[in-house]
Design a protein. Structure first.
Length: 167
């Protein structure tokens, strides 16, 4: 019997949700970096970022778990539960590059404000790259692909403006 997961027992996950979670994780990462105070240690910024992403991941996973169970009118199988949990993981994993930058910056004792700005700039670049990849794999070409890439990048630019206005 087929279900909304795409097959009888062979669910390989929800590619749509994984892609969306990756992009959404970068947006959340940028938002946390944009609002991070400049006068706290980098390790605290890292904890704020990981904590925020974890809360969003748990909330989003709970919503998908509940919605899937509601649509299927039954409890989820072990495999379905695992897939729901893992499909949202890119929301947290997408922060790996900015977190690695913050770690290196902490080792070199770079001032928090500068470190956060560098991580935020990297997040903007990642947003453009991910937006481009998603657009290209979605069949966009030429001006439409450029427009999609720039739109996603503008989300990052908006976060930089937010940081500028807050600090």
């Amino acid at each position: 019997m087929d279900d909304d997961f795409g097959g009888p027992e062979s669910h390989s996950g929800d590619a749509h949700r994984r892609r969306a979670s990756h992009l959404y994780g970068l947006v959340i990462t940028g938002a946390v970096l944009a609002t991070a105070p400049d006068d706290v240690p980098i390790r605290r910024v890292v904890l704020l970022l990981l904590g925020t992403l974890a809360i969003y991941w748990v909330a989003e996973t709970f919503v998908h778990w509940t919605a899937t169970r509601t649509v299927l009118h039954r409890d989820l199988t072990r495999h379905e539960r695992r897939s729901v949990v893992l499909d949202g993981w890119p929301l947290v994993a997408s922060s790996a590059v900015p977190l690695a930058l913050l770690f290196v910056e902490a080792v070199f004792r770079i001032e928090t404000g500068t470190a956060v700005n560098i991580a935020l700039a990297a997040t903007v670049v990642l947003l453009v790259v991910v937006g481009h990849q998603m657009g290209r794999s979605g069949g966009l070409r030429g001006g439409r692909l450029l427009g999609a890439s720039l739109f996603v990048g503008l989300l990052g630019v908006a976060m930089i403006l937010l940081k500028t206005l807050l600090h």
